[in-house]
Design a protein around this ligand. Structure first.
Ligand SMILES: Nc1ncnc2c1ncn2[C@@H]1O[C@H](COP(=O)(O)OP(=O)(O)OP(=O)(O)O)[C@@H](O)[C@H]1O
Ligand SMILES: [Mg+2]
Length: 277
C-alpha cells in the first residue's frame, strides 16, 4: 500500500517545497517510512534543497514523463536514510509544452507511477505555482492533496479554482482525490492578518484545516542553504517540532481515511456490488 500525496497551491512561495522536504524527512526519520519525492516544478528546488543536482534531462522526471527512462532510473538517493528523490530542472518546461498537445495528457504521471512506486510507503509530489498540465498530472496521480496556505492578504482567493479542478476530475474523469487537509505556513502571530485568515479558514473549512501550524523561522532558509531539511538541520527549534507534529497529524488522517474508506467500500460492495475509489 502506497499513499500518493500532492502538495499544491497555485499561489507562489507559500511553502510547498519546504513542506514536502520537511514532511518527507519526518516520515522517513521519525516514522521509519520509505519515502519517494517527485518534483513536478521546472524550478527544480526540491532536488537542490536536498543536495541532488541532476546533470541533464536524462536524470530527471522529464525523462520518465517522456517515456525515455523508468522511474527507477531517474530516482536519486539523498543524505536522509529512507528518502529518495526524482528531481527536475528547467527542461521540464519543454515537456509541459509537449504534454499540453497530447491526448490523455493529465494521466501521464499516474501511468509512470503505476509501474514503479510499490517499494515506497509514501510518495510526495511537489507542484509548481500554477494550475497547468504539470499540476494536473500531479493531482491526477495523487490519492490525497495537502494544501499549504500562508496567512496573508488574498491567500485563499485561488483555492476555489483548485476545488473546481477536483470536481472536474471527479465528474469528467471519474477520479476522486481527497483533500487530506490545509495547513498554515510561515505563521507570524504578530500580524493581525494571521488571526483573521486563521479564523476565516476555521469557519470555512472546519476539520479541513489541520491543527498543526508552521511558524515563520529563518532556520528554514538556512536549512535550504545547507541542503538539509530543517527537521535535521535544527531539530530542537519550534519550526522543526511543528513539522514533526504536522507529519504525525497527517499520518493519523491517512490511517483514519483508509479505515473509513474500507468501511465505505465494504458497505457499497455489499449494497450494489460497486466499490468507490
Ligand atoms: N516556515 C518558514 N519560515 C520562513 N521562511 C520560510 C518558511 N517556509 C518557507 N520559507 C521560505 O519561503 C520561500 C518560499 O518557500 P517555498 O520555496 O517552500 O515555497 P513554494 O510554495 O514551494 O514556492 P514556489 O511556488 O515558488 O514553488 C523560500 O525562500 C523558503 O525558504
Ligand atoms: Mg516550490
Amino acid at each position: 500500500m502506497t499513499w500518493v500525496i500532492a502538495v499544491t497551491n497555485q499561489k507562489g512561495g507559500v511553502g510547498k517545497t519546504t513542506s514536502v522536504i520537511n514532511l518527507s524527512a519526518a516520515f522517513a526519520k521519525r516514522h521509519g517510512l520509505r519515502v519517494l519525492l517527485l518534483d513536478m516544478d521546472p524550478q527544480g528546488h526540491l532536488g537542490l534543497s536536498l543536495g541532488v543536482r541532476p546533470t541533464g534531462t536524462a536524470e530527471t522526471i522529464a525523462a520518465a514523463l517522456m517515456g525515455l527512462r523508468d522511474l527507477r532510473e531517474v530516482t536519486h538517493e539523498t543524505q536522509v536514510d529512507g528518502l529518495r528523490v526524482v528531481p527536475s530542472n528547467e527542461d521540464l518546461a519543454a515537456v509541459e509544452e509537449q504534454l499540453s498537445r497530447q491526448p490523455g495528457r493529465e494521466a501521464v504521471l499516474r501511468s509512470v507511477l503505476s509501474r514503479g512506486v510499490h517499494d515506497y510507503d509514501v510518495v510526495l509530489i511537489d507542484t509548481p505555482p500554477s494550475l497547468g498540465v504539470l499540476t494536473f498530472n500531479a493531482i491526477y496521480a495523487a490519492d490525497y492533496l495537502l494544501v499549504p496556505i500562508q496567512p496573508r492578504l488574498y491567500s485563499i482567493e485561488g483555492l476555489r479554482r483548485l476545488y473546481k479542478i477536483l470536481e472536474l476530475m471527479r465528474s469528467r474523469l471519474g477520479r476522486r482525490i481527497e483533500i487530506l487537509g490545509h495547513f498554515l505556513t510561515m505563521v507570524d502571530n504578530r500580524y493581525k492578518i494571521t488571526h483573521e485568515v486563521r479564523e476565516d479558514l476555521r469557519t470555512r473549512l472546519g476539520e479541513g484545516l489541520l491543527r498543526s501550524e508552521i511558524p515563520s523561522s529563518v532556520r528554514v532558509e538556512e536549512g535550504h542553504f545547507y541542503r538539509s531539511p530543517v527537521v535535521m538541520y535544527a531539530p530542537e527549534t519550534p519550526v522543526a517540532s511543528a513539522y514533526l507534529e504536522l507529519a504525525s497529524e497527517i499520518l493519523q488522517r491517512l490511517m483514519s481515511s483508509m479505515s473509513s474508506q474500507g468501511i465505505t467500500s465494504t458497505l457499497k460492495s455489499g449494497e450494489g456490488g460497486q466499490i468507490t475509489f
